[in-house]
Design a protein around this ligand. Structure first.
Ligand code: KIV
Length: 262
């Protein structure tokens, strides 16, 4: 956590989501600064339309898998919908479960509304990452996935960021936010901002694993840069496998176990 804070205005922070052992292992191998086990798990792994169906069991299971793959990387675990909204006490207990599952810190969505909980978590020794701008757990209230921090609400967003910094978050994710607003927030805080669809001036960037690698072949938002087209590669490999099995080209002798000759 201290390393990430120190990187502000010195070196951009790289963060990526991961949900399983092998993806975590690859992140650690290439030196990603932080892994987010996001509740986007609901969309890209479990196939739901929103993140609202993800629960504590899902998050705990995937955080522990990621920890096994990346034993030395800073891991942030998302607090799922309804794990902290009902009461602060429940939020503290659930945050503790994610830390026990292997996270170094938890992330929760919201500004002023979550500031009292943030203070209590920090008092309990749990590092917290904030998340403002588009907050997918409030999609029904916001009325869809719209860009945030436009003229009329940019000042409010800056204030919300300052309130959660004061409450003790060590970093804030800015999602789907007007670039100028994200820049103003970044300049007004002493902790790092991590952008996703928030333009060029955040202290770091995060992308969802399946978007970055082109595994997601459905709608990909404008802010995503695909660094590979793995869905094409995987499709190609699977077709090759089907054809090999159908034509009895696979398995070969080298893939087979034979009785030892006497
Ligand atoms: O769940 C997630 O992947 C996230 C990122 C979009 C920041 O919260």
């Amino acid at each position: 956590m201290r390393k990430l804070i120190k990187m502000k205005s010195k070196e951009p922070i790289t963060m990526v989501t991961a949900y399983d052992y092998f993806s975590a292992k690859l992140c650690e191998r290439v030196g990603i600064d932080a892994i987010l086990v996001g509740d986007s798990l609901g969309n890209v792994v479990l196939g739901y339309d929103t993140t609202l169906n993800v629960d504590m069991e899902d998050m705990s299971r995937h955080i522990s898998a990621v920890r096994r793959g990346a034993p030395n990387t800073f891991i942030i675990g998302d607090m799922p919908f309804m794990s902290y909204q009902a009461s602060d006490e429940e939020g503290i207990r659930n945050a503790g479960r994610l830390i026990r599952a292997g996270a170094n810190a938890v992330k929760l969505e919201g500004g002023k509304r979550v500031a009292p909980l943030v203070s209590k978590l920090v008092d309990a020794g749990i590092p917290v990452m904030g998340h403002i701008g588009l907050t997918p757990q409030s999609v029904n209230q916001i009325g869809g996935y719209r860009v945030q921090g436009k003229d009329e609400d940019s000042y409010k967003m800056i204030e919300e960021a300052q309130m959660i910094e004061e409450a003790g978050v060590f970093s804030i994710v800015l999602e789907l936010t007007i670039e100028e607003t994200a820049k103003a927030i970044t300049e007004s805080l002493s902790i790092p901002t991590i952008g996703i669809g928030a333009g060029r001036y955040c202290d770091g960037q995060v992308l969802v694993w399946h978007d970055l690698l082109g595994i997601n072949d459905e709608h990909v938002p404008k802010f995503v840069k695909k660094y590979a087209e793995l869905s094409v590669e995987i499709e190609h490999a699977l077709k090759h496998y089907i054809s090999d099995v159908k034509s009895r080209t696979f398995p070969e002798e080298k893939h087979s176990f034979r009785r030892k000759e006497k």
